[in-house]
Design a protein around this ligand. Structure first.
Ligand SMILES: *Cc1c(COP(=O)(O)O)cnc(C)c1O
Length: 363
């Protein structure tokens, strides 16, 4: 069968082969491989794109979360509050940062945290709230920031899936105390391997992340900040990301167009999470359906691959489930059984998109 993949990086790579060769040649010719001019320029260009003062390259999105949490968590409040339906990255990062994790349920319509779901789960131990702009949709984060700041709590936005998403008041990633990004190859802005970034308006947060990402150095060979590590974005990745960043918004628009087509063709039993405007980066085309197994089988029978983001909520992950045995998050748990991701990436052809639309319509 002629399968339609959920994602296919080879199409973008072959389409950009010449540009990639040129970027590699430029970096190799420069003699700089880490922390050089491409990285500096990418940091500046990303910060300008986001409308914030600082962007700092790191080695992955998970590292970005870990370092952002370490730079924002108040010393006397060792708990991070977040959602449990976002793939476990914040949980992994917070535990690496030595912080405990508490979970709030999500809004049933958007499957995102809101000020109301956060407020219901806050207590005096929470020092940082991580809001994930899941699937590419910008959460209504300004009211969360207002609620949290009034209580001395910091807010980190996880923008790994939402780079380019824009509200009238600013880009996703420009609202909280810090924001984190991933350039893993399947993200909307992907590198040729791993990469990530932390963005912030705060000079203080930027300084801490800058020191932590490179051994705790304040200057070469002088370790001033304890607990540092090595987490860098190399020149090759930075140069390729510079080449791709100006194309991001066009790619995101194509992703939204594809999701819109699915929304127009889905039957009433399949709820397509909408990506109506620029507040959504179109990272994933997610539907909510009661009988997921049946829809998955129906689509597979018509050559449409699907995936689940994410099947296991954080508080049910085997590594930590013992700690959360008493916790129930009804919306999160139901969503884990009902969400299904359809193919979406900019290089999908119109014919493929129409085939997916027809396959949905015939369910
Ligand atoms: C991909 C992703 C991450 C982690 O990024 P890596 O670069 O793979 O470490 C974090 N949060 C979300 C929501 C993601 O989708």
């Amino acid at each position: 069968m002629d399968w339609i993949p959920v994602n296919d990086l080879s199409r973008a790579l072959s389409g950009q082969a010449d540009a990639i060769q040129e970027v590699v040649a430029r970096v190799v010719g420069s003699g700089w491989l880490v922390q050089g001019p491409e990285h500096r320029a990418f940091q500046d260009e990303l910060a300008a794109f986001l409308g914030v003062d600082h962007a700092l390259g790191v080695a992955s999105g998970t590292d970005a979360l870990e370092l952002a949490l370490r730079a924002t968590a108040p010393a006397d409040r060792p708990v991070v509050l977040t959602a449990a339906n976002c793939g476990g990255y914040t949980t992994t990062a917070a535990r690496r940062a030595g912080l405990r994790v508490r979970y709030a349920d999500v809004d049933p319509e958007s499957l995102l945290l809101t000020a109301a779901t956060v407020e219901a789960a806050l207590d005096d131990t929470v020092g940082v709230v991580v809001v994930t702009h899941l699937y590419g949709r910008t959460a209504d984060v300004a009211p969360v920031v207002e609620l949290c700041h009034a209580r001395g709590i910091r807010v980190v936005e996880d923008c790994a899936q939402s780079l380019g998403a824009t509200l009238p008041a600013g880009r996703a990633g420009s609202f909280g105390d810090a924001a984190t990004f991933s350039f893993y190859p399947t993200k909307n802005l992907g590198a040729l391997g791993d990469g990530g970034a932390v963005a912030t308006r705060s000079d203080e947060v930027a300084t801490v992340v800058q020191e932590l990402r490179q051994y705790g150095w304040t200057s070469k060979y002088t370790i001033t900040r304890d607990g540092g590590r090595n987490s860098r974005l190399d020149e090759l990745q930075a140069a390729l990301l510079r080449h791709r960043l100006p194309q991001l918004e066009g790619w995101n628009a194509r992703r939204r167009e594809i999701i819109g087509h699915y929304a127009d063709h889905a039957p009433a039993s399949v709820r397509v999470l909408p990506a109506p405007d620029e507040s959504h980066a179109g990272h994933l085309a997610v539907v909510v359906v009661e009988d997921r197994a049946r829809l998955q089988e129906h689509l597979a029978g018509l050559g449409v691959r699907t995936d689940v983001h994410y099947p296991v909520p954080d508080h049910r992950q085997p590594a930590v489930a013992d700690e959360y045995r008493g916790l129930t998050l009804p919306v999160t748990e139901q969503a884990a059984d009902r969400v299904l991701s359809l193919p979406v990436f900019p290089e999908l052809t119109d014919l493929e998109v129409e085939r997916v639309g027809r396959a949905l319509a015939s369910f």
